[in-house]
Design a protein around this ligand. Structure first.
Ligand code: AP5
Ligand code: MG
Ligand code: ZN
Length: 216
């Protein structure tokens, strides 16, 4: 099954994506994680993306479109995938549709996770992430077992550069302007399911599971 998980910054896309990937055996393809990897590897793409990401702006469409095309061509994505953080603009959504159609594929399910702004700010200001394996933590809701250390790989967890109050506010504006309209786009295609993201991580996952099972 080919899926997309959408929602504002901090809605829990990455948290839910890693659970979905584990249970359904599909790769979670996160453009944010891939861009941060490019930055830490010091690649040309990473250098190009960093300034946009630090400001909370979208990285130019063509850069992310190319990254996703390459990733979806890999062997492990042929039996299904889950996109997290892509598409985020009308141009990206159109391009994805065309690329998949060219390969005789399509999107089967789009999961939209909704969370109000005040909760987003609470979540992102206390988030920690693992720069090595991309595991996501929260100092109150989902703390690492040993303070400061990733449960999965032992690396030191860090705060993302864009998780400060000013940049979070800008990311929300950018989301409203560019990405939120995709809810309607996928609803019109009959692919959208809506999941409230304010319950516990387990409860949100339970609802997502029910929607996926309904499509299998
Ligand atoms: P990206 O990395 O995708 O960031 P984002 O969309 O802002 O989303 P986040 O990763 O911040 O949040 P999330 O929804 O994954 O939440 P999480 O699970 O971590 O993109 C970063 C940047 O890259 C963009 O600004 C842009 O510059 C660039 N970029 C990426 N894709 C692009 C594209 N397609 N086009 C152009 N540019 C692109 O959870 C958040 C916190 O809440 C965590 O601490 C977690 O533990 C906690 N939490 C999760 N669920 C719950 C719950 N149910 N209850 C309580 N706490 C919870
Ligand atoms: Mg994320
Ligand atoms: Zn880790």
């Amino acid at each position: 099954m080919n899926m997309i998980i959408m929602g504002p910054p901090g809605s829990g896309k990455g948290t839910q994506a890693s659970r979905i990937a584990e249970v359904y055996g599909v790769p979670a393809v996160s453009t944010g994680d891939m861009l941060r990897e490019a930055i830490s590897n010091g690649t040309q793409r990473g250098l190009e993306a960093k300034a946009f990401m630090d400001k909370g702006e979208l990285v130019p469409d063509q850069v992310v479109i190319d990254i996703v095309k390459e990733r979806l061509a890999e062997a492990d994505a042929q039996q299904g995938f889950l996109l997290d953080g892509f598409p985020r603009s009308a141009v990206q959504a159109e391009s994805l549709g065309e690329t998949l159609a060219g390969a005789g594929k399509k999107i089967d399910l789009v999961i939209n996770v909704a969370v109000p702004d005040d909760e987003i700010i609470r979540r992102l200001s206390r988030r920690r992430v693992c720069p090595k394996c991309n595991a996501v933590y929260h100092l109150d809701h989902q703390p690492p077992k040993v303070a400061g250390m990733c449960d999965k790989c032992g690396a030191d967890v860090v705060q993302r550069n864009d998780d400060n109050e000013t940049t979070i506010a800008h990311r929300l504006e950018v989301y409203r302007q560019n990405s939120e309209p995709l809810i309607e786009y996928y609803r019109n295609m009959g692919l959208l399911v809506e999941v409230p993201g304010t319950k516990t991580i387990d409860e949100v996952f339970g609802e997502i599971r029910a929607h996926i099972e309904g499509k299998l």
